[in-house]
Design a protein around this ligand. Structure first.
Ligand SMILES: Nc1ncnc2c1ncn2[C@@H]1O[C@H](COP(=O)(O)OP(=O)(O)OP(=O)(O)O)[C@@H](O)[C@H]1O
Ligand SMILES: [Mg+2]
Length: 301
């Protein structure tokens, strides 16, 4: 994990230095992946074993027909791809992150992605939401964002979307996936909010219904991106991780203590950890900006 260690060390160094300092990327950004050389779209039909005896299979057409499409008011300060302007600060970093993930996907099964961090407020929801948007910016690509932070849900605020019903209601068996999902204003972007605060988050997340949900909806999407609670204070993220193919660990530049970031990553098996997203890193180009965006992903290979 020396590359991850390097990224963590870099975050620590940045904390000690001023925000205006230029930071080298932790990897060489690959060229963006274009639609023509991307993997084929997955089948739109769920596997027969997806949800035996649990009702008709979910298809994309049924999703389009039955899923509510409420009004969203995405936060213009942090949601980078809802506007005409494709070149907002940080947008390019998300395109690079997308390319990196497609590169990793050539080597391993990768669709269910967990975005987590050691501590609160490091930018998990910011990264998960913008990553989903940049994914669907490519023609025909579909992404689902699930807010699996059942204790302190925040993704609905970034999207300006209704907070419920959502994952809690689904896990409690109170609604099906159609009712818990929302179609966003951006084509092919779907969102499941966390829902109402109900019961014990670990019990809900481990009651078996999260796995069923993912089996049911996964075949309809190219990416299922899950936001979660921070790792250090609570164990929820490790429960969600057990349903995922890979994990992105967000480290906030000038904020995350490296020992805590290291402790957080030790909660996950090496094979699941895709890399570190360095959020808020200043760069030469952005050093005069009020907000800084940056990312660094280390391949496990
Ligand atoms: N790169 C960034 N540039 C500017 N603002 C950012 C950036 N990343 C996050 N923020 C802001 O920082 C705050 C915390 O971000 P976010 O909600 O994504 O964190 P979080 O890790 O999901 O927090 P929580 O643990 O509470 O769920 C938000 O107000 C968000 O808009
Ligand atoms: Mg959050």
């Amino acid at each position: 994990m020396s590359r991850i260690h390097d990224a963590l060390k870099r975050a620590e160094q940045e904390r000690a230095s001023s925000m205006g300092t230029h930071v080298e990327p932790a990897f060489n950004p690959p060229p963006d992946v274009q639609p023509e050389n991307m993997p084929e779209m997955p089948s739109l039909q769920p596997s027969p074993a997806a949800m035996p005896g649990r009702g008709a299979a979910t298809t994309y057409e049924s999703l389009l027909a039955r899923c509510p499409q409420p009004d969203w008011s995405p936060d213009p300060r942090t949601m980078l791809f809802f506007h005409e302007d494709d070149n907002r600060i940080g947008a390019e970093e998300f395109r690079t992150l997308r390319s990196r993930l497609y590169q990793i996907r050539e080597k391993m099964q990768l669709k269910r992605l967990l975005v987590t961090s050691a501590l609160p407020k490091e930018g998990k929801s910011f990264v998960a939401a913008n990553l989903a948007q940049v994914m669907v910016r490519q023609h025909g690509r579909r992404a689902l964002v699930i807010d699996a932070d059942l204790r302190n849900p925040g993704m609905h605020r970034h999207f300006g979307a209704p907070p419920q019903p959502g994952l809690s209601e689904y896990l409690l068996g109170e609604c099906d996936e159609f009712a818990a999902l929302q179609r966003g204003p951006m084509e092919n972007l779907f969102f499941m909010p966390a829902g109402r605060l109900a019961g014990s988050a670990p019990e809900l997340l481990s009651n078996g219904r999260l796995k069923l949900l993912l089996q049911r909806v996964e075949p309809l999407f190219d990416w299922v991106i899950m936001d979660s609670s921070p790792v250090i204070p609570v164990s929820d993220a490790t429960l969600v991780a057990s349903c995922c193919d890979g994990i992105l660990m967000v480290v906030r530049s000038n904020a995350t203590p490296s020992d805590l970031a290291r402790r957080a990553r030790e909660e996950f098996p090496d094979k699941l950890l895709l890399g570190v997203v360095l959020n808020g890193a200043p760069s030469g180009k952005l050093s005069q900006s009020k907000y800084y965006y940056g990312e660094a992903v280390n391949s496990p290979t």
